[in-house]
Write a protein that binds this ligand. Structure first.
Ligand code: GDP
Ligand code: MG
Length: 748
C-alpha cells in the first residue's frame, strides 16, 4: 500500500521532484525521498533560509525513534516546524524519507541558537512492520555523518525494555557509528544522544530513568561486535548523553506545552560541566558543544550531504575525511569560478582596451592600471579566502595557489602589455625631446651641450617608466618586480642616445668639414694666386722667411692643408668629447674628417687648375716675367731690345710650371705626400654605413684600382699638352703686342 504524499496532506512541503519556489519551502524540504533519491534543490532551500551564508554558524539535529511515538509532533512544538504528523483519527503512517526544516522559533525568545536545522527521519521503524532494516541503517548513517545532536524519542514505558524496538535502533546507530568513525580517527567527532522520554508520569524520577537507560546502552555497547582496533573502545569515546522528560501531550496539554518550552531553551551553545566521570557527564548551558559540529561550511552542506548519501546508498564504505576533501575541491573550484567572474568584470575591459591599442598600432598606457589590478587581485583573493578557507586546509591552500596563478597570469599579460606600451611611448618621447632640444639649441645658435640634454631627458624618461612600474608592483608578489623591464628600457634609451649622438657627430662632422672647406678655399686660392707673380710672390719676403718659390708650391699647400686639418681635428675631438662620444666614435670621426678634407682639397685644386683659371695664372706669370724688369718696373719696349730673347726666356720659365702643376709632389722627396699614412687605416669600429658616403681615394683604397700616383695627378697628359698649346698661343699674342708696341714707339 502506497502512503499518501505529504503534498496531499498539507500542501506545504516540497518533495524531491518539485520545482523550487519559495512557498513550497516554507515548511521544509524532503532531503531524501522514499525512493532514496537525494533532493537536488537542497542548496536552494539553504539559500532561501539564509543558512547557506552562515559559515559554521548553524546546527543540525536529527530525531530518531519508533514510528508514531510523537517525534514530528515534538519537533513541530519545539521548533515551530510543520512536519507531517499522523492524523489522530486516521492513524496512517506518514511518508518515508528524511525531512529537513529550519527552526522557526529562532529569535522569538532569544534563547535558542541561530540557524538550527532539524531533520525528521521518518520510517525508521521498519522492523515493527516486518520491513527490511536497510533504510533505517542508511538514514542512521546519514544522520550521524551530518548531525551534532541525535534526539532519541522514547516512551517512558519503553525504558528498561532491553529487547524493545528502540534498543534495536540504538544498536544500529552504534554499529553505524563505529563503521563511520573507523575511518576518521584523527577528528574523532562526538555526538550528543539526547533522550526525550515521552508520557512521563512523574512517578519514576528522571534520574532513575536515566540510570536505566545508561545501563542498557552500556549493555548494548558491550554486546556489539566491534571492528578490529576498536575492541576496547567505550561508548563515551563517541557519545555524550542528555536526558529530558515530557508529560503526556493529550492528558496534560498545558504542562506539555510548558515543558516543551523549557526543553527548547536547551538548544543553544553549551559546555561540558567541570566534573566529568565516564558516562556520568553533564552539559551546562545548552546542548550544542563545538566538538559536535561536523565543520562542514553551510554553503557546502548540500554538496557534502549529497556525496555522503551517494556513498551510503551505493553501499560504499563511507569515508568522511575523503568526502570532506572532495567537498573542499568542489566548493573551492566553485568559489574560485565565482571569484574569477567578478575579477573578469573589472579586468576584461582593461584587457580589451589594451588589445585595441595594440591592434591599432598605438599601444596605450592605461591610466591607474596598477590600482585597478591590485584592487581586483586583493578583492578576489580576499573573497576566495573568506569562503574557501573554511574547507579542508590542504585543499584550500592548493586551490588558493591555483587561483592566484590564474589571476596572476592575467595580470602579468596585462602588466607586461602596459610596460611595453610605456616603453614604446617613453622611448619615442625621449627621442623627440632630445631632438627638439638639439634643434632649439641650434636655432639659438648658442652652443648647447648634447650630453647634458641626453642626461636630462634620460632622467625624465626613466623616472616616468619607473613610476609606472612602481605603480604596478604588488607587495609580496615577486613577479611584479619589473627590474628587468626597467633595465631593458634603459638599454634602449642608451641605444637611442647612441644613435642620436651619432647623428650629432655627423652634424658636427659636416660643420667641421664646412670650416675646412672655407679655410682651404681661402688659403689654397691664395697659393695659386701667387703663381700669377712671376717672381714667386710680390716683393721680397718679410720677416726673413725663406723666399717663396714656385717649386715648393705643393709643400706649402700640403703644409697648410695638414695644419688646417689638424686644427679641425682638435675642434672635432673637443666637441665630440663634450657630448660623451667614446674613443672609437671619435677615431672614426677623425678618420672620416681626414678623408673628406682630402676630397675638399682635391676639389679646390681641381677648381684652380680648371682650364680658364690656370691659363689666366700662366699668362699672368708669363707677363710678369716678360713685361716687368728685375725691379718690377714695366718695360717700355724699344726696337733695340731683345724682345725675342726675353720672350723665349719668360715663356720657357713659365712652361716649367706646367709639369710642376701636373703632379702633387713634395720638393724634398720629389714624390707625393704619404697620403695613406696620413689618413691612416680605417678604424676597426667603423661600420659600413660610415663608409657609404666616402669617395674612394687612390692609393688609400687600393681595391678601387687607382694608384696614389694617379690620385696625385692634377693634370693629365692630354690636358697638359693642351695647356702648353694654349699657353703658347697666349704668350705669342703678348709677344706680338710687345713687338708692335716697340715699332709703334718709334713711329710716334
Ligand atoms: P511520529 O510518527 O513519531 O512522527 O509521530 P507523530 O508526531 O506523527 O504522532 C503520532 C501520534 O501520536 C499522533 O496521533 C499524535 O497525536 C500522537 N502524539 C503526539 N504526541 C504525543 C504525546 O506526547 N503522547 C501521546 N500519547 N501521543 C502523542
Ligand atoms: Mg513523524
Amino acid at each position: 500500500p502506497t502512503a499518501p504524499s505529504i503534498m496531499t496532506m498539507n500542501g506545504h512541503f516540497a518533495g524531491v521532484g518539485d520545482a523550487p519556489t519559495k512557498e513550497q519551502y516554507e515548511h521544509g524540504i524532503q532531503v531524501i525521498d522514499e525512493e532514496k533519491e537525494f533532493n537536488p534543490n537542497l542548496n536552494t532551500y539553504l539559500q532561501l533560509t539564509k543558512i547557506a551564508q552562515s559559515g559554521f554558524n548553524y546546527h543540525l539535529i536529527s530525531v530518531f525513534g519508533s514510528q508514531s511515538t510523537g517525534k514530528s509532533t515534538l519537533l513541530n512544538h519545539l521548533f515551530g516546524t510543520e512536519f507531517g504528523v499522523m492524523s489522530e483519527t486516521e492513524r496512517r503512517q506518514t511518508t518515508k524519507g528524511i525531512w529537513m526544516s529550519k527552526n522557526k522559533r529562532e529569535g522569538t525568545d532569544g534563547k535558542m541558537a541561530d540557524n538550527i536545522l532539524v531533520m525528521d527521519v521518518e520510517g525508521t521503524d521498519g522492523r515493527e512492520r516486518g520491513e527490511d532494516q536497510d533504510f533505517e541503517r542508511k538514514s542512521a548513517l546519514f544522520a550521524l555523518a551530518t548531525s551534532e545532536v541525535l534526539i532519541v524519542n522514547i516512551w517512558e514505558h519503553q525504558v528498561g525494555l532491553y529487547q524493545g524496538a528502540n534498543m534495536g535502533l540504538l544498536k544500529t546507530v552504534f554499529e553505524v557509528n563505529l563503521q563511520l568513525f573507523l575511518k576518521d580517527k584523527q577528528s574523532n567527532p562526538r555526538s550528543l544522544l539526547f533522550f526525550v522520554i515521552r508520557d512521563h508520569l512523574g512517578t519514576t524520577p528522571l534520574a532513575n530513568l536515566r540510570n536505566t537507560l545508561i545501563a542498557d546502552l552500556t549493555n548494548i555497547w558491550t554486546g556489539l561486535s566491534k571492528p578490529a582496533g576498536l575492541e576496547k573502545s567505550r561508548i563515551e569515546d563517541y557519545f555524550d548523553f542528555a536526558f529530558a522528560a515530557l508529560p503526556h501531550k493529550i492528558l496534560q496539554p498545558d504542562r506539555f506545552i510548558t515543558e516543551v518550552g523549557k526543553l527548547g531553551t536547551r538548544f543553544r551553545a553549551g559546555h561540558r560541566a567541570a566534573r566529568q566521570h565516564g558516562l556520568d557527564q553533564e552539559l551546562e548551558g545548552g546542548v550544542f558543544l563545538p566538538e559536535y559540529h561536523r565543520r562542514i561550511p553551510a554553503d557546502g552542506f548540500s554538496v557534502y550531504a549529497e556525496g555522503v548519501w551517494d556513498q551510503i546508498v551505493n553501499n560504499k564504505d563511507l569515508d568522511l575525511p575523503t568526502q570532506q576533501e572532495l567537498l573542499a575541491q568542489f566548493r573551492c573550484d566553485e568559489i574560485s569560478r565565482e571569484v574569477l567572474e567578478a575579477f573578469d568584470v573589472s579586468i576584461t575591459p582593461l584587457e580589451e582596451k589594451q588589445a585595441e591599442g595594440v591592434r591599432l598600432g598605438k599601444p596605450a598606457v592605461l591610466k591607474d592600471l596598477g590600482t585597478a589590478g591590485k584592487a581586483a587581485r586583493v578583492k578576489s583573493i580576499k573573497a576566495f579566502e573568506a569562503e574557501a578557507s573554511r574547507y579542508h586546509k590542504g585543499v584550500y591552500a592548493r586551490k588558493r595557489v591555483e587561483l592566484e596563478g590564474k589571476i596572476d597570469t592575467r595580470l602579468k599579460a596585462l602588466y607586461h602589455g602596459q610596460l611595453s606600451a610605456a616603453h614604446k611611448s617613453g622611448v619615442a618621447s625621449f627621442s623627440d625631446a632630445v631632438s627638439s632640444a638639439v634643434k632649439a639649441g641650434q636655432k639659438k645658435g648658442a652652443s648647447y651641450e648634447f650630453a647634458e640634454i641626453v642626461e636630462r631627458e634620460k632622467k625624465v624618461a626613466l623616472k616616468q617608466f619607473e613610476t609606472e612600474a612602481r605603480s604596478l608592483a604588488i607587495e609580496g608578489v615577486p613577479w611584479t618586480n619589473f627590474k628587468s623591464q626597467y633595465n631593458l628600457y634603459e638599454k634602449d634609451l642608451d641605444e637611442i642616445s647612441g644613435r642620436l649622438r651619432k647623428e650629432e657627430m655627423r652634424r658636427l662632422a659636416s660643420r667641421v668639414e664646412r670650416w675646412v672647406r672655407s679655410r682651404l678655399g681661402d688659403s689654397v686660392g691664395l697659393e695659386f694666386n701667387k703663381l700669377g707673380s712671376g717672381r714667386g710672390g710680390s716683393g721680397a719676403p718679410e720677416n726673413g722667411e725663406k723666399p717663396l718659390t714656385e717649386k715648393d708650391l705643393w709643400d706649402r699647400i700640403w703644409n697648410l692643408f695638414t695644419d688646417t686639418v689638424k686644427e679641425a681635428e682638435t675642434r672635432f675631438t673637443e666637441r665630440a668629447k663634450s657630448f660623451d662620444a667614446n674613443e672609437d666614435e671619435i677615431e672614426v670621426g677623425l678618420w672620416r674628417l681626414r678623408r673628406k678634407s682630402w676630397g675638399v682639397l682635391r676639389a679646390k685644386i681641381d677648381e684652380e687648375v680648371m682650364e680658364g683659371n690656370i691659363l689666366l695664372k700662366l699668362r699672368e706669370n708669363f707677363e710678369d716675367k716678360f713685361r716687368y724688369d728685375e725691379a718690377g718696373v714695366p718695360r717700355i719696349w724699344r726696337p733695340t731690345d731683345d724682345i725675342e730673347g726675353m720672350y723665349t726666356k719668360a715663356k720657357e720659365s713659365t712652361l716649367t710650371l706646367i709639369p710642376l702643376l701636373s703632379r702633387f709632389r713634395l720638393a724634398e722627396t720629389y714624390g707625393p705626400p704619404d697620403l695613406p699614412d696620413w689618413i691612416g687605416n680605417a678604424p676597426p669600429s667603423v661600420d659600413p654605413q660610415d663608409e657609404e658616403d666616402l669617395a674612394p681615394i687612390g692609393g688609400v683604397d687600393e681595391e678601387e684600382g687607382k694608384s696614389l700616383e694617379e690620385e696625385m695627378t692634377i693634370l693629365s697628359e692630354a690636358k697638359r699638352q693642351d695647356l702648353v698649346v694654349r699657353f703658347k698661343k697666349t704668350a705669342d699674342g703678348v709677344y706680338v703686342e710687345a713687338k708692335r708696341s716697340a715699332i709703334g714707339g718709334i713711329t710716334q
